[in-house]
Design a protein around this ligand. Structure first.
Ligand code: FMN
Length: 206
């Protein structure tokens, strides 16, 4: 089966989406012809060429204001009928990661993507919401605090390879939420200081 993964983080490199996409690709590649592309780096023609005759499209992106990043949204909106024509019978899977610890924050973006599929004549496969995306570089996927993510990606890869659909799933790190929040606050304060702000000024305008 031919599979295309499209990463939808606008970051040039080092994004959580790219790491999740690579972990998923390594689970799919032995059994499938799996290409990984980047919505911010590859142009529309390159993405459409990769999608020709493809059996599964996997969108991997960060949660932006409870939704889909605008460059990816535009790409999807402008190519929806071309995708359906280029790959009849294509099934769409989706992995969304977010900054807050709670993976369920991604449920709305998964629903948006599912609605996009319904209105575009594309088959929806399954969604995975990944919480605490900021922790993704803390360990290898499948190990330590990223153990739950590894298991969720194993299950998703199995469904994709079998062409099956499934209920949306959600994965959070094997790590205490209060420690994650504490580390996030320390990092924001340190970044504020580096930019000449006092920690209290982070709340200005709230
Ligand atoms: C413009 C913007 C909007 C965001 N909105 C949300 C949000 O609504 N909820 C959330 O939990 N995280 C939000 N985040 C955090 C990102 O989803 C989080 O940092 C994610 O891990 C980034 O993934 P990436 O490295 O693949 O780009 C937002 C980040 C940015 C820059």
């Amino acid at each position: 089966m031919k599979i295309v993964i499209v990463s939808g983080s606008p970051k040039g490199q080092g994004s959580a989406s790219e790491k999740i996409a690579a972990a998923l690709q390594s689970r799919l590649a032995p059994a499938a012809d799996c290409a990984a592309l980047h919505a911010a780096k590859h142009n529309r023609e390159e993405i459409m060429a990769a999608l020709a005759g493809c059996g599964a499209l996997i969108l991997v992106f960060p949660l932006y204001v409870d939704g889909i990043p605008s460059h990816l949204l535009r790409l999807l909106d402008e190519t929806r009928s071309a995708i359906a024509d280029a790959a009849p019978g294509l099934t769409v899977y989706c992995v969304v990661n977010n900054g807050f610890f709670e993976a369920r924050q991604n449920a709305l973006a998964l629903e948006l993507t599912r609605n996009f599929c319904d209105s575009s004549g594309l088959k929806w496969g399954q969604g995975l919401g990944v919480g605490a995306g900021g922790m993704i570089h803390a360990a290898r996927v499948g190990h330590g605090p990223m153990k739950n993510l590894g298991k969720a990606l194993d299950a998703l890869a199995e469904n994709i390879l079998r062409g099956q659909t499934g209920e949306d799933r959600f994965a959070e790190p094997n790590f205490p939420k209060f420690l994650y929040n504490m580390i996030a606050h320390m990092s924001w304060r340190s970044q504020a200081r580096k930019h000449g702000l006092k920690a209290g000024e982070l709340r200005r305008g709230l």
